[in-house]
Design a protein around this ligand. Structure first.
Ligand code: MLT
Length: 270
């Protein structure tokens, strides 16, 4: 509880944000609905902001060529537009993690801590780059729904894909709502993204890395590699989750983030 005093008038107010903004960046080809369990459960410990990256969800696709830099600029634009003035806790899932690395590269003064979810620091291999081109062609020729269908069985842990139809449909809906320009643009941006491994040693803020034990898209070894190269990182591997641990095991995920945010607050309070 805080007080604001003007002459004889006292206005009491409560503020759940405590100065801490949690900026959640979704992966490909998803949108801010990825973060539904976090929007619900973490708003008491932080101001939770979750944009739809350009071309995804309800955001415009725009006409400019996509790059990680452009998407990082969009995120800074959002922070400025909503009046955030303090460094944020930046949480990037998969492609959102690639954006987070670029955001840190461009605007380190805006990052108080990082949460890296199901992501990797390295750039695409030549095979990976060729795969991006094939996926973009397929999306153009056959539509985004076909690509979504292909990805669905890999984005969730096999046991969750089999057992949880509601979850699978929720994820499918997100993927199918991505615009063609957004899908093709994001594939090009991921293909051209720089290798962020040299950046890791310079990231001096606290980092929480989270991945699902059964991730079929980005192996746990990539998370371990990041943990070993970052000066101040902890890694949590969530059992029973694939590439979307925050949706597949939301309670475990939220508890990790909650504890991490608490530890940042305690550190700040000295
Ligand atoms: C994602 O989930 O954002 C993508 O799978 C990342 C990638 O394709 O590299």
């Amino acid at each position: 509880m805080a007080e604001s005093r003007e002459e004889d008038f006292l206005l009491a107010y409560q503020d759940s944000c405590a100065g801490l903004t949690l900026l959640l960046l979704h992966g490909f080809p998803l949108n801010s609905n990825l973060w539904e369990p976090q929007m619900e459960d973490l708003r008491d410990v932080a101001r939770v902001l979750a944009p739809d990256l350009r071309g995804h969800g309800l955001s415009d696709a725009g006409d400019e060529p996509y790059s990680m830099q452009l998407m990082a600029e969009d995120c800074l634009g959002l922070l400025e537009a909503v009046g955030v003035q303090e460094p944020v806790v930046l949480c990037g899932h998969s492609m959102g993690g690639y954006v987070a690395f670029e955001f840190y590269r461009q605007y380190p003064e805006w990052v108080g801590a990082l949460i890296l979810v199901s992501t990797r620091a390295g750039a695409d291999s030549p095979e990976g780059r060729a795969g991006r081109d094939r996926m973009a062609e397929r999306a153009k020729e056959e539509g985004v729904a076909i690509v979504a269908d292909d990805m669905l069985g890999k984005i969730l842990a096999p046991q969750n894909f089999e057992a949880d139809e509601e979850l699978a449909n929720y994820v499918r809906e997100m993927m199918e709502s991505t615009s063609l320009n957004g899908m093709v643009g994001a594939l090009a941006a991921m293909k051209e993204r720089p290798d962020s491994r040299p950046l890791l040693a310079e990231i001096d803020v606290p980092v929480l890395i989270v991945c699902g034990e059964d991730d079929q898209l980005i192996p746990v070894s990539d998370a371990e590699e990041m943990r070993d190269a970052l000066p101040n990182a902890e890694l949590a591997i969530i059992p029973g989750a694939g590439h979307l641990p925050n949706l597949e095991q939301p309670l475990e995920f939220n508890e990790l983030v909650w504890d991490f945010l608490e530890s940042l607050r305690e550190e700040e309070e000295g």
